[in-house]
Design a protein around this ligand. Structure first.
Ligand code: SF4
Length: 246
């Protein structure tokens, strides 16, 4: 993901979506506004593929491959756990009065988060304007790149807000993929869900109901983001998800 803007094929970026100059590079092939028809067809194929994939495999992408998930669960949350401890320790730290130790932990965490957000924001910016332009903005006289620097700051603040504060709310409120998933999941989609018919023991004394079938239909794709992304999953699917193959 981070190397993408710097990789060149035939001298062109691997991927560049330069909306400002209406210049696009996909796998080193440059596309211009007059290639809109190709782009439209490619988008239709892309969207159709996403719908079919999601209908079959549910939130597999969200749980394992989405950059938001990967960065949140494998980088930012790991750093948070390293600095502040597990969730119980974090709650205790939040409730504790401000001391030098608490200030140091919070400040260090936020500083690291801001630095990482700068890298992520610049990477996305490089996918838009190209790596050469990004370097020019960073190294040239700032007075010549007021707009570029403004966008750099905005992108940094955007990702800082997502990773440090809003987190999974990005899936619920911002991501278009998360918004339309409820429309493409059906009863045959693979989901991570409690199976009513299988009747796992939930607590002492609760009886497990034996299954009438040999194997569960829904294969769990439990992932680091399973908990994180649960909120984006529609209630209607939760109600119908636990099912078995006939
Ligand atoms: S819903 Fe969340 S995890 Fe899924 S693609 Fe969107 S941002 Fe990524």
């Amino acid at each position: 993901m981070f190397a993408g803007p710097w990789i060149r094929i035939n001298g062109n970026p691997l991927l560049m979506i330069n909306i400002i100059e209406r210049r696009f590079s996909i796998l080193g092939q440059i596309f211009w506004p007059q290639d809109t028809v190709i782009f439209a067809v490619a988008m239709l194929v892309f969207i159709t593929s996403i719908i079919i994939f999601t209908t079959a495999f549910g939130r597999l992408w969200c749980g394992w491959a989405c950059p938001q998930t990967v960065m949140m669960e494998m980088v930012f949350r790991k750093i948070e756990y390293f600095i502040e401890g597990d969730s119980a320790e974090q709650r205790a730290l939040d409730a504790a009065p401000w001391t030098a130790k608490k200030f140091f932990k919070k400040f260090t965490k936020q500083l690291i988060f801001l630095g990482l957000s700068f890298i992520v924001g610049n990477t996305l910016f490089a996918y838009i304007v190209g790596s050469e332009k990004l370097l020019a903005i960073q190294l040239d006289d700032p007075r010549n790149h007021i707009a570029g620097l403004t966008f750099m700051c905005l992108f940094t603040l955007l990702f800082y807000g997502i990773f440090a504060r809003f987190r999974e709310q990005a899936c619920t409120f911002i991501c278009p993929y998360g918004r339309f998933q409820s429309a493409v999941l059906d009863e045959n989609t693979m989901v991570v869900a409690y199976d009513n018919q299988r009747g796992e023991k939930r607590a002492r004394g609760s009886a497990a109901r034996p299954s009438r079938h040999a194997r569960p239909r829904a294969t769990a794709t439990a992932s680091p983001a399973a908990n994180a992304s649960r909120s984006a999953r529609p209630a209607s699917i939760s109600a119908t998800a636990p099912r078995w193959n006939a």
